[in-house]
Design a protein around this ligand. Structure first.
Ligand SMILES: [Zn+2]
Length: 436
């Protein structure tokens, strides 16, 4: 249960992408990982442990090999099938409500907040839930090119979106469409004459409201993760997609320690909205970072490309478990269940990176170390989702596999997973990083 306890702590801490990154940095720093900047030259040491924080909501952490290989030695090493560069990737963002600029709205005595829905949220699950606010805020500074940015998390719920009473919508149980611009605006105060959101934020940050220039703030469900089931064999929590995978990427990296090859845990923001940004999986960030590592240790451009092509990525993101009330929504021969182990996800459309050779590497690791796994494939008449594996493998064309813990209620404000499954994903990523 220790692994589940650690996951629960991370689920509770990761209220916004910036806090998922901060939580990972805290844990990695304790283990001796040192922060580097993409904007400066690097002097990487053999056995060194490093991390790069990209605009506060994406993070790469990596360990240098115990011996840094030079040009010729690297060429020889790459003859070996065992990947020299190993990446485990996950995303830090989740579907939620984001607070818009100029957020204050008045309706009579009520103060409401203007929000937009970020990613594919199940909108009704956000109703009647106490909501906190977290993210980053940028503040005025003397240097125009260097505004101050601060991370902020409210220590209590400050927002809520009340449902309309059934007496005013007798058809509510037939399903109700919620308009994101009208029906999903959180209530902030019953005394709008004396309270605005911007005043509240300024007070919380101990600055004047004129100093607040802009922010990236997420409304988060303040309820904590909980065990569910007669034997506590399930975990109900916000943000299981995709903090469960973040946890395993960090766990695996720390479990492996320094090896003779290069291991990298990559946490990307913006997966839920397509990954295209200056810190998402569709950006040049990861490729630039990989090139920078090799070039800074004296490896030439041709061998950098060789190392990329010889590498391997495991992209971790949650999968759909078989739902007891909707058995007809799952594939007819592949029906992963809660507590059956992590899933290998396949789709011939390549919405999941699907490569029989790469998948069998993962299966061989599992068989060797007795790690339980299942396979997930969408029903042929359902389109299903996608994730960052296919996007990152288009930019780093190495062997790539999409895997993840099977869950229920994906993209609900509270999702459900099997308590045992974090163990199988932790084991797999640890073994992937350690295998010689
Ligand atoms: Zn996800």
């Amino acid at each position: 249960m220790k692994e589940a306890e650690q996951l629960i702590e991370r689920l509770n801490n990761g209220v916004a992408p910036q806090f998922v990154v901060l939580d990972a940095i805290d844990q990695l720093a304790e283990e001796g990982f040192e922060l580097l900047s993409m904007e400066k030259p690097w002097d990487l040491k053999a056995g060194g442990k490093y991390m790069v924080n990209q605009h506060e909501s994406s993070l790469v952490a990596f360990t240098m090999p115990s011996k840094i290989l030079q040009q010729e030695e690297l060429a020889n090493r790459l003859e070996n099938a065992s990947p020299y560069l190993r990446i485990a990737a996950a995303h830090t963002d989740y579907p939620a409500l984001r607070i818009k600029a100029t957020p204050d709205m008045k309706t009579g005595v009520y103060g409401k907040i203007n929000t937009e829905v970020y990613g594919g949220a199940i909108n009704p699950t956000w109703m009647d839930r106490p909501l906190g606010v977290a993210g980053r805020v940028s503040l005025k500074s003397d240097d125009v090119f260097a505004p101050r940015t601060v991370l902020y998390q409210s220590d209590r719920p400050v927002l809520i979106i009340p449902n309309l009473a059934i007496h005013m919508n007798r058809d509510v149980n037939k399903g109700v469409e919620l308009n994101p611009q009208k029906d999903m605006l959180p209530l902030f105060t019953t005394d709008v004459e004396h309270h605005t959101f911007v005043d509240f934020l300024a007070e919380e940050l101990e600055v004047s409201k004129e100093e607040i220039l802009d922010f990236e703030l997420t409304c988060f469900a303040t309820e904590q993760a909980e065990y569910v089931g007669v034997t506590e064999d399930m975990i109900s929590a916000p943000r299981i997609d995709n903090i469960s995978s973040v946890e395993s990427c960090i766990y695996g990296l720390l479990d492996a320690g320094v090896t003779e090859h290069m291991n990298m845990a990559v946490l990307f923001d913006h997966e839920e909205i397509g990954s295209r940004s200056n810190k998402g999986a569709a950006s040049a960030f990861l490729r630039d970072l990989v090139e920078k590592i090799f070039v800074s240790t004296g490896v030439g451009a041709e061998m950098v490309i060789a190392a990329i092509y010889q590498g391997m990525t495991i992209s971790a993101d949650v999968a759909h478990a078989y739902h007891p009330n909707y058995p007809d929504k799952e594939d007819v021969t592949n029906q992963p269940v809660l507590n059956g182990g992590f899933c290998i996800k396949e789709a011939s459309s390549q919405s999941y990176a699907t490569d029989a050779e790469a998948i069998s590497i993962v299966e061989q690791i599992c068989k060797k170390h007795e790690i339980s796994y299942q396979k997930f494939v969408n029903r042929s008449d359902l389109r299903g989702g996608s994730t960052l594996g296919a996007i990152s493998s288009a930019l780093l064309p190495m062997k790539t596999v999409d895997i993840g813990i099977p869950i229920l209620a994906m993209h609900s404000a509270r999702e459900l997973m099997g308590t045992q499954d974090i163990h199988s994903l932790n084991q797999l990523i640890g073994a992937f990083f350690k295998e010689v």
